[in-house]
Write a protein that binds this ligand. Structure first.
Ligand code: HEM
Length: 384
């Protein structure tokens, strides 16, 4: 956490502030056309900043996706991730390179990008006039095994940098998208949250920072926890291997050593024995003292030694982006939105809540047809 605080300016500049700059431009263009609000797409907006942040922290400079609107890199990474998925399901099939030519060129492109980023930084690091950096790339370059002094090899470093990009982009950005989607579908919750943020931080000229948001915005904490419970960004299975001596699960299932167990976070988070009205979006369950205890049952970042390495960075992104955009903008769905408070779920367990945008799951989960489903109308809030 202290190391992360040093990175907060980069997270703010390339995250919330960069997104607001892009959205402000769209508002100015709409005003010039005498329109009261601007149409933007939150899914693309959140993806752009998640990539730009990892660009700064892991590759040494922003990918500038938010400013340029150029999504080539995001599509290339997706192709590379699909190849990784195919390799893990059927290594034999994945060896047919001609069949997946496009995906293999994406992998080569991404490897080169990561390789060049670390070579460039190593050169700077070794030259006498190097500038000091305080980012993840630098920490990887300086890291060494405390017992042998061995450093991370170039090849491993490329793997680590690409892992950051795969693990640290879709996860945070989809979590932000699901949170905003749920808020738009529950206007009372959105209203209460905006009131909390605007009352606590009325001075719009100062960006809301992570520590103060976490301390002063309990309802935002509850909304984020509930959003991550109900729509886990990592919705695939997490593998674990039982230790040699075996184990007993739930006091009744004897599992032999070396068994591979798959854990589904989505199933844990929707377990009716654990969560009352599990299919309802209800941030209230995380309010007050009892609510703080319940937060421990949200396993969205995994658990144990393999738990998410970017958990604190993710929290920083979630708090700063949500707090700053919800304070600054009034946000509503366009009149032709397919999903919203007007369209109620037919699932009896959802107790008449709105039907939410369906999701696609591979390893991470993504809302379907985001181009259409994630459009919003924004205008600058005049009264805080
Ligand atoms: C809301 C956002 C995020 C969610 C929900 C999330 C979730 C997860 C989950 C469930 C795992 C697997 C944990 C396990 O097996 O127990 C994981 C691993 C990982 N995450 Fe995240 N993550 C998020 C953001 C990030 C960010 C921003 C980064 C980048 C810095 C990151 C980097 C990683 C890495 C490197 C691993 C692999 C850790 C290992 O295997 O040792 N994650 N994440």
């Amino acid at each position: 956490m202290p190391a992360l605080r040093a990175l907060e300016d980069a997270v703010l500049d390339n995250g919330a502030l960069s997104l607001m700059e892009a959205w402000d431009k769209r508002i100015a263009e709409s005003r010039a056309r005498s329109e009261n609000s601007a149409m933007v797409n939150y899914f693309y907006g959140f993806h752009g900043i998640a990539f730009d942040i990892i660009g700064v922290l892991g590759f040494g400079s922003s990918f500038n996706i938010t400013k340029s609107g150029d999504w080539t890199l995001i599509h290339t990474l997706r192709k590379m991730s699909n190849l990784v998925g195919i390799k893990s399901i059927s290594p034999a099939l994945a060896r047919l390179k001609w069949l997946f030519r496009d995906m293999y060129s994406a992998l080569d492109y991404m490897r080169n990008l990561a390789h060049n980023a670390q070579q460039q930084r190593r050169k700077e690091y070794e030259s006498s006039d190097r500038k000091p950096h305080d980012d993840i790339l630098q920490r990887l370059i300086e890291a060494h095994d405390p017992s042998t002094g061995e450093k991370i090899s170039s090849t491993c470093m490329v793997g680590e940098i690409l892992l950051l990009l795969v693990a640290g982009t879709d996860t945070s950005s989809n979590t932000l998208s699901y949170t905003l989607m749920r808020l738009l579908h529950c206007p009372n919750i959105l209203k209460r949250l905006q009131q909390e943020i605007r009352q606590e931080f009325p001075d719009i000229s100062t960006p809301i920072r992570f520590g103060e948001a976490r301390e002063k915005l309990p309802y935002l904490t509850a909304v984020l926890l509930e959003s991550m419970r109900i729509d886990s960004a990592v919705a695939g299975y997490l593998p674990r291997i039982v230790p040699d001596e075996g184990t007993v699960l739930l006091n009744k299932y004897q599992i032999p050593g070396s068994t591979e167990i798959l854990l589904s976070l989505a199933a844990c988070h929707h377990n009716k024995d654990v969560w009352e009205h599990a299919e309802c979006f209800d941030p209230e369950r995380f309010m007050g003292e009892q609510g703080e205890l319940r937060a421990r049952d949200v396993l969205v970042f995994g658990y144990g030694v393999r738990m998410c390495l970017g958990k604190n960075l993710a929290w920083m992104e979630l708090y700063t982006v949500m707090a700053n955009i919800l304070r600054k903008y009034n946000i509503e769905l366009p009149p032709d939105a397919t999903y919203g408070p007007h369209r109620l779920s037919s699932n009896p367990d959802a107790f008449g809540e709105p039907e939410h945008i369906p999701i696609k799951v591979l390893i991470t989960s993504t809302p379907v047809d985001p181009k259409r489903n994630c459009r919003i109308l924004i205008s600058e809030a005049t009264e805080l």
